[in-house]
Design a protein around this ligand. Structure first.
Ligand SMILES: [Zn+2]
Length: 486
């Protein structure tokens, strides 16, 4: 892989995904959740389709008896006769069957099931994986021949420290912890009925959260995370004012949602939540400031190697692991890892800094995209690519002053984490695990994170905004407390 672009931002935008219709502004499906999970059809035979996988239970507690293997279920349509999990690190293969042979329950329902030893999960649960060991790849077989796409399968392991998290049953269809609300909604995995599930949540919590995160479990869907705007009253950032809060049951507070369809990518100390939250305000700018590929990221520019990245052809996000410099007529490159801290332009649009410094964009974005698609392009070379200066004056002349201004903008945001489960409410340890992965958002300091197959070390939202913004993930946030600022 050419690490000068791609990485955790290489992504697919699946047009029209979801059922929100006109009742929210959807920003792109972001990052590489799907491309990391799904290995598209390497043999080209392609008749089979892997729709999702599911562990039973969804989360393995650290102290599960080794006499009780975990059950893995994979939904494969298209006529597979069997399936297999090829364990990582040369661990051999595990057969999955749809013949009604235990642990498979029902023959012929396209749910292929197998047993995975507890120890094989524990062995792969290394600290840098942050409780999400990479188990291997699953693939269907037709008449004994491996066929069609592979899916990377990760497990979730609840560590001992989560055992003390309190879980409360509210009703037959609702449970909660100090961090997450779980409601059962059997249709959500099929219809993406976000208005319905968020509306149902308000039977149990107040309309005091600016953001709702919709987390899906126990199924791990083969789908990207993404953000949608529910209302906007900020001007000067290229986004129109609108309000669809009522359709979510939120008369006042909610401004946006982020969807996390797969627990393998759910880490609230990771860059994914920073990026999706940033989409609430970024990037609705047009013209030289805009995303020429309609991905709501940055153009290929001096702004594209931070949290929001840039868009590849078609709109998927890419990480520009390259520092660009320009004298106006030529572009010089220097290899550097993309930052998981917001840059000044991102902070400005979010209302977290009063002004922006000068920046530049490559004037010919088609030529710029051709360049970054070449291997080893960011090797210190200089290219004959003119740039256009981006300045505060040009920004405000084009889009107006940001309002509310930095002085009075909101900087403290409450997050409602809504775990939507199909078939049942979640068990104590399942909710403790998701709570721990949520509570990590409150931890300051550079810490390990893992999203899908990749991981690194990085900041939480507070530190990624240089201490200017806060996401408060507590379900019972101190809504009236004096510390909130505004
Ligand atoms: Zn994005």
């Amino acid at each position: 892989m050419d690490f000068r672009r791609g990485g955790w931002l290489a992504a697919l935008w699946l047009a029209g995904a979801g059922a929100a219709g006109a009742s929210a502004q959807l920003t792109p499906e972001c990052l590489d959740d799907r491309s990391q999970i799904l290995v598209a059809d390497p043999d080209g035979r392609g008749a089979l389709n892997i729709e999702y996988y599911e562990w039973q239970p969804a989360v393995m507690p650290f102290d599960r008896s080794t006499a009780l293997p975990m059950t893995l279920i994979v939904r494969i349509t298209g006529g597979a006769t069997s399936a297999r999990l090829t364990l990582s690190s040369g661990g051999g293969t595990i057969s999955l069957n749809d013949l009604g042979q235990a642990p498979d329950v029902t023959a012929g329902d396209q749910l292929f099931t197998g047993s995975v030893p507890v120890q094989s999960i524990l062995d792969r649960n290394t600290p840098e994986r942050v409780n999400r060991p990479i188990m291997g790849q699953v693939q269907g077989l037709e008449a004994g021949i491996p066929t069609g796409p592979l899916v990377n399968v990760l497990a979730s392991v609840m560590p001992a420290e989560a055992r003390s998290i309190a879980v409360t049953t509210i009703s037959a269809t609702a449970r909660r912890t100090p961090w997450v609300l779980n409601i059962r909604d059997d249709n959500y995995v099929n219809d993406n009925g976000r208005e319905r599930v968020v509306g149902a949540a308000y039977a149990h919590v107040p309309d005091r959260y600016e953001f709702v995160h919709i987390v899906n479990a126990p199924r791990s869907l083969i789908a990207n995370r993404f953000h949608g705007r529910i209302r906007n009253s900020v001007s000067g950032i290229g986004i129109n004012s609108f309000d669809t809060g009522a359709s979510y049951g939120s008369p006042a507070a909610l401004i946006g949602f982020s969807v996390f369809p797969n627990l393998s990518f759910y880490d609230m100390h990771g860059p994914g939540v920073l990026h999706e939250t940033g989409h609430q305000w970024i990037n609705g700018l047009t013209g030289v400031f805009g995303d020429p590929r309609n991905g709501a990221h940055w153009p290929i520019s001096s702004l594209a190697n931070h949290v929001m990245g840039f868009s590849l052809a078609g709109g998927p996000g890419g990480t520009l692991n390259c520092q660009l410099s320009s004298n106006g007529s030529t572009l010089t490159t220097q290899a550097t890892s993309s930052s998981t801290y917001f840059n000044s332009w991102e902070l400005y649009l979010m209302g977290l800094t009063p002004t922006v410094p000068n920046a530049f964009t490559v004037t010919d974005q088609t030529a710029a995209l051709n360049l970054v698609n070449q291997p080893n392009w960011c090797n210190g070379s200089t290219y004959n690519l003119p740039t256009t200066q981006l300045s505060q004056t040009l920004l405000t002349n084009t889009f107006g002053q940001r309002s509310p201004s930095f002085a009075i903008s909101r900087k403290y945001f409450h997050v409602l984490t809504l775990v939507v489960s199909n078939g049942r409410t979640l068990g104590d340890d399942e909710l403790r695990y998701i709570s721990l992965m949520t509570a990590r958002a409150q931890n300051r300091g550079v810490r390990p994170w893992a999203e899908g197959l990749v991981g690194s070390n990085g900041p939480n939202f507070f530190e990624a905004t240089a201490g200017r913004g806060t996401l408060d993930f507590r379900l019972d946030g101190t809504f009236a407390g004096g510390f909130e600022g505004n």
